[in-house]
Design a protein around this ligand. Structure first.
Ligand SMILES: [Zn+2]
Length: 571
């Protein structure tokens, strides 16, 4: 975070205060016009990669509000404002009671030890037990020795001996908790960075989890090998911030169609300085997100301007710039569950995410299964262009972007995409990789499709919504990024859940289906694993093996059911 921003952030109220710290667009956009003008501003280093709820993202919101206002649109966020704020977790922060007591000496977190940002909170006095570089297999004698103890695991030793400790401290701490540990301390080699709190969003593990390095680690290793008693206290809380969707409306002329809103959307957040989600995980450089998704936001602004300048549509058109997409479609999920403009009668949602890298004039459009009229409508509008696109029309209504939130409630969707590339989710996704001419043309195409639906011409185009099916099967635990372990066949519902893992379905003929699980069930226990969330479920599954007979407890219609599944081989 730059100094200037720090000032603005602390003084932050509405967008007006953010202005003070935001760069003047004229100083950043050079000679660019049209969509490239917007891309140059949104993807400039000055906005520091637009991480959710960050000062850079606020400046992006201010820029978007100014463009919507200049286009003559109406504010349609919360309470008549442009913005729809919602809370997001931005990281972790230390609570009051953090301490390590060994041999009568009490130390506070500092240079040589600290709790992880995902540490559970609590105070534990127990014997230390040295587990070396590996966690013993479940229900082994060695695992029993961990019960109720402070388990010390040696990442340093793993390094030295090539031990098999996975490199994911969150997984290791969850595993130790499942083995019955009262707390866990990971020892790291000298010079290792201590846990980051900024940007830590993984669920809290149920036990205190610390990291120690250097001389402190050596002292802990010796004490653990001697089985000495220690006290570990950790207090770690979620740091919350405010994210904002930006919402604008172009009213329609036909009062009988006032509810038949046509929605255009694009997310404007990105990864900030990397971390979770980055494909350059060790880099802390600015991830400018020019294609992902300054391009889609730019096309949204251009389409808004074009439609506002054109003939008044019969149906209203809603423009939404979403926040929190990179963190799990948070903004679109929030909008769908808290619509400021009702979506019950929404005609369609057109989503633009990564539309800045048009190559060989080829444009991919997902969503064909969500309404039978889509193919002829999209082809028709495309063929009416001076230079029609080479269209790749694909069926999926679901996918890794905001249209999924709308298809999930039965609204026909289109997702526009110019395909992935090697700069994706890396600091090098910069404005000079963007095909500005192609992007302008895509904005035009989307505006024309929206105009056709909204009725800027002689008539409105109607769609026949297709009942949304559960999302296409993806590897379990896809939510948490890795498809490991035996095969079960459940399809997690990716919408945020308070507790457990809600299912949107099960795969045909899968162990889950054979065990009697079905869509709507909420998995709350998997074998010995208390399933607090998708992470816990993924780790529980990863820890089991093909052929294992597992007890699965689900909640269904307010009842708890115990089912038994025999896990399969993942193909
Ligand atoms: Zn994206």
């Amino acid at each position: 975070m730059s100094i200037v921003f720090a000032a603005a952030a602390t003084a932050c109220g509405g967008p007006e205060t953010a202005d003070a710290g935001c760069p003047d667009p004229a100083t950043l956009t050079g000679e660019s016009t049209g969509t490239m003008e917007h891309v140059r501003y949104l993807a400039d280093d000055a906005l520091e990669g637009r991480d959710v709820a960050s000062p850079g993202e606020r400046c992006a919101a201010t820029y978007i509000v100014d463009r919507f206002e200049a286009a003559g649109l109406q504010p349609a966020g919360a309470d008549g404002d442009w913005l729809q704020p919602f809370e997001v977790r931005t990281g972790s922060r230390l609570g009051d009671d953090n301490a390590l007591v060994m041999a009568g000496e009490e130390t506070a977190p500092g240079a040589d030890w600290a709790p992880f940002g995902f540490s559970g909170s609590g105070r534990v006095e127990a014997a230390l037990v040295y587990a070396g570089a590996t966690l013993p297999p479940d229900s082994s004698e060695a695992a029993a020795a961990l019960e109720g103890r402070i388990v010390v695991l040696d990442l340093a030793a793993a390094d030295a001996t090539g031990g098999s400790l996975p490199d994911d401290p969150h997984f290791v701490a969850s595993l130790a908790a499942r083995r019955g540990a009262a707390a866990v301390i990971l020892l790291s080699p000298e010079g290792t960075d201590l846990p980051e709190f900024d940007g830590e969003r993984r669920p809290f593990v149920p036990i205190p989890a610390l990291e120690a390095r250097g001389a402190r680690a050596d002292a802990i290793r010796t004490a653990a090998q001697a089985g000495e008693t220690a006290t570990v206290a950790a207090a770690v809380e979620a740091a919350m911030g405010e994210a904002r969707n930006v919402v604008a409306l172009l009213p329609g002329s036909d009062p009988d169609r006032a509810d038949e809103v046509v929605i255009l959307g694009a997310h404007y957040d990105h990864l900030g300085r990397g971390g979770a989600g980055s494909l350059d995980p060790d880099s802390r450089d600015i991830h400018n997100g020019a294609d992902d998704n300054a391009s889609g936001t730019a096309a949204l602004l251009e389409a808004a301007e074009r439609l506002a300048d054109g003939p008044t549509p019969a149906r209203p058109v809603l423009f939404i710039a979403f926040s929190g997409e990179e963190r799990g479609l948070l903004g679109s999920a929030h909008y769908v569950s808290h619509p400021t403009v009702p979506v019950d009668d929404a005609v369609a949602m057109l989503n633009m995410d990564m539309v800045g890298r048009l190559r060989d004039n080829t444009l991919t459009v997902y969503g064909m299964v969500t309404a039978p009229e889509w193919e002829s409508l999209v082809r028709g509008v495309n063929e009416a262009r001076d230079t029609p696109f080479q269209l790749g029309l694909l069926p999926d209504g679901y996918g890794p972007s905001d249209h999924s939130s709308f298809y999930g409630v039965g609204i026909p969707v289109l997702h526009f995409f110019t395909n992935t590339h090697t700069e994706y989710h890396r600091p090098v996704d910069d404005w000079d990789t963007i095909n500005g001419e192609g992007l302008d043309r895509i904005a035009d195409l989307v505006a024309d499709i929206a105009g056709t639906l909204a009725g800027t011409g002689a008539r409105v185009a109607d769609l026949t919504p297709v009942e949304s099916q559960p999302p296409a099967p993806a590897a379990e635990g896809e939510g948490s990024g890795r498809g490991y372990g035996p095969y079960f066949g459940s399809i997690p519902d990716m919408a945020p859940a308070d507790y457990g893992v809600p299912l949107s379905g099960v795969r045909e003929g899968s162990p889950a289906e054979r065990a009697g699980l079905r869509g709507g069930d909420v998995i709350v226990r998997f074998g010995d694993t208390e399933v607090t969330d998708l992470y816990a479920f993924t780790y529980g599954l990863r820890d089991a093996a093909p052929g294992d007979r597992v007890e699965v407890v689900v909640e269904r219609d307010g009842q708890r059911l115990t089912l038994y599944a025999v896990l399969g081989e993942r193909r």
